[in-house]
Design a binder for this molecule. Structure first.
Ligand code: NAP
Ligand code: MG
Length: 404
C-alpha cells in the first residue's frame, strides 16, 4: 500500500515524561507505517525549553499560527520541585498559556465516548464540548486584604481627559477583602466568534451562560456581545443548519446540562469553564478520555490530550516496572490534527485515515482490550488489561484490518 502523502506540515510539539514515551510509540506504530508524515518538529520537553530559554515554545506557537494546524504532547509546567528535579534556570510559563496567548485562542474540551465506559449521568448520549474563555476575570485580578476600617472604591480614570468615575464598593468597619477584575470587549468578541464558528463547523447547538441577573453590567456585557454578534452575523447560518444559539442563566444551564442528552457546545466564562470542565471530565468517566482543542479566531487549531504527563506512571516506567497508561487522548490529538490538515489541504485519504484510526481505537476498547484506568471502571465483562505498549500494538492490529 502506498503511504499517504501530505502537502503542508503539521506543527508537532513533543513533550515530557510518560506522554513523551507514548508519543513515540503512537508515531512509530500507528502513523509512520501509513503516512509520509510531514511535520515541523518542536521539542517542548522541559530540557529543550530550558536550553532555549523557552524560545522553542514561542517558535512553535508562531509556526502553529503560520501553518494553521498543530498537535501537542503533554508538557511539564514547572513548579519549585520540578525546578530542582530538572535543574532549571527558571520557572517557565506553562507552554499551554504561551500558546493560548500567542494564538488568542479558546480551548474546547470534549469527551471521547465509547461503549463500556458509561457517563455517570445516565441521560448523556452525545459529547458535551466545553468552551472556556481564556482571558481575564479572576485570573488577572488585583486584590487587597484589608486590616483596618476604611473605604474601598472602584475608580476609572479616562486616559485623554483625566475624568474620574467612582463607585463605592464597601465602607469597611473592620477587616475584610476586596478584589478588582476586568475583561475587554475585544477578547470577548474573539471568544464569541470562535464559539459560533466552532459550533457551526461541528453542526452543534451553542449554549452560553453567565450570572447576568446578579452581575448586570459585567456579565450583562458578555451576554450582549454574544447576542448582538449572533443576530448580526450568525443567526442565518445557524438557522440554515438547523442549529440554535441559546442563552440562559448559569444555574438554569447546569440543571439543563444534567438533564440533557448532550450534543452541544457549552460556552462559559473563564472561572465557570475552569470548574465545569473538571466536573464534565469526571462525569464522562475518565480524564484520560478527554481531548482539548485550542482554536484561534484566525482559524488556527492546536490539538492535544487534556491530561498531563502522567508522572507517577513515568517513574514506574523508569524503574522498569510495568505500567498501563491510556494513549487514547494522545491518539485522538493526532487524528484531530491529521483530519483538519486533510480537510484544509483537500487530502481525502488523510481524513479517511483519521476516521479509521479512531474507529480502530474505539473498537479495541469495545472488544474488551483496554488499559488499567478503563478496566477499573468499564461495564464490559471479560476484559483484558493491557500495558501501554500492548494497547497501542492492539490498536495497530485493528487499524490494519480497518484499512485493508
Ligand atoms: P496528570 O498527568 O493528568 O495525571 C494525574 C493522574 O490521572 C495520574 O497520576 C493518573 O492516575 C491519571 N491519569 C492521567 N492521565 C492518564 C492516562 N493517560 N492514563 C492513565 N491514567 C491517567 O496530572 P498531574 O499528575 O497533576 O500532572 C503531571 C504533570 O503534567 C505536571 O508536571 C503538570 O504540570 C503537567 N500537566 C500538563 C498538562 C498539559 O500539558 N496540557 C495538563 C495537566 C498537567 P493514577 O496515578 O492514579 O494512575
Ligand atoms: Mg480546573
Amino acid at each position: 500500500m502506498d503511504k499517504i502523502k501530505m502537502q503542508t506540515p503539521i506543527v508537532e510539539m513533543d513533550g515530557d515524561e510518560m506522554t513523551r514515551i507514548i508519543w513515540k510509540m503512537v508515531k512509530e506504530d500507528l502513523l509512520l507505517p501509513y503516512i509520509d508524515l510531514k511535520t515541523e518538529y518542536y521539542d517542548l520537553g522541559i530540557e529543550s525549553r530550558d536550553r532555549t530559554d523557552d524560545q522553542v515554545t514561542r517558535d512553535a506557537a508562531e509556526a502553529t499560527r503560520k501553518y494553521g494546524v498543530g498537535v501537542k504532547c503533554a508538557t511539564i509546567t514547572p513548579n519549585r520541585s520540578r525546578m530542582d528535579e530538572y535543574h532549571l534556570k527558571k520557572l517557565y510559563k506553562s507552554p499551554n498559556a504561551t500558546l493560548r496567548s500567542a494564538l488568542d485562542g479558546t480551548v474546547f474540551r470534549g469527551p471521547i465516548l465509547v461503549k463500556g465506559i458509561e457517563p455517570y449521568v445516565r441521560t448523556w448520549k452525545k459529547p458535551i464540548m466545553l468552551a472556556r474563555h481564556a482571558y481575564g476575570d479572576v485570573y488577572k485580578n488585583s486584590e487587597i486584604k484589608i486590616g483596618v476600617p476604611g473605604k474601598a472604591e472602584l475608580v476609572f480614570t479616562e486616559r485623554e481627559t483625566g475624568i474620574e468615575h467612582r463607585q463605592l464598593i464597601h465602607d469597611f468597619d473592620g477587616a475584610g477583602v476586596v478584589q478588582g477584575i476586568h475583561n475587554t470587549d475585544q477578547s470577548i468578541e474573539n471568544y464569541a466568534r470562535t464559539c459560533f464558528n466552532y459550533a457551526l463547523s461541528h453542526k452543534m447547538d451553542l449554549w452560553f451562560s453567565t450570572k447576568d441577573t446578579i452581575s448586570k453590567t459585567y456579565d450583562g456585557n458578555f451576554k450582549d456581545i454574544f447576542q448582538e454578534m449572533y443576530d448580526r452575523e450568525y443567526r442565518e447560518k445557524f438557522e440554515a443548519q438547523g442549529c440554535t444559539y441559546f442563552y440562559t442563566l448559569i444555574d438554569d444551564a447546569v440543571a439543563r446540562v444534567i438533564r440533557s442528552e448532550g450534543g452541544f457546545v457549552w460556552a462559559l466564562k473563564n472561572y465557570d469553564g475552569d470548574v465545569m470542565s473538571d466536573m464534565l471530565a469526571t462525569a464522562f468517566g475518565s480524564l484520560a478520555m478527554m481531548t482539548s482543542t485550542l482554536v484561534s479566531p484566525s482559524g488556527a487549531y492546536e490539538f492535544e490530550a487534556a491530561h498531563g504527563t502522567v508522572q507517577r506512571h513515568y517513574y514506574k516506567y523508569l524503574k522498569g516496572e510495568e505500567e498501563s497508561t491510556n494513549s487514547v487522548a494522545t491518539i485522538f490529538a493526532w487524528t484531530g490534527a491529521l483530519r483538519k490538515r486533510g480537510q484544509l489541504d483537500g487530502i481525502e485519504a488523510l481524513v479517511r485515515y483519521a476516521d479509521a484510526l479512531e474507529k480502530a481505537t474505539l473498537g479495541t476498547i469495545e472488544s474488551g482490550f483496554m488499559t488499567g484506568d478503563l478496566a477499573a471502571i468499564t461495564t464490559l465483562q471479560n476484559v483484558t488489561k493491557l500495558n501501554t505498549e500492548e494497547f497501542i500494538l492492539k490498536v495497530g492490529e485493528n487499524l490494519r484490518n480497518e484499512l485493508s
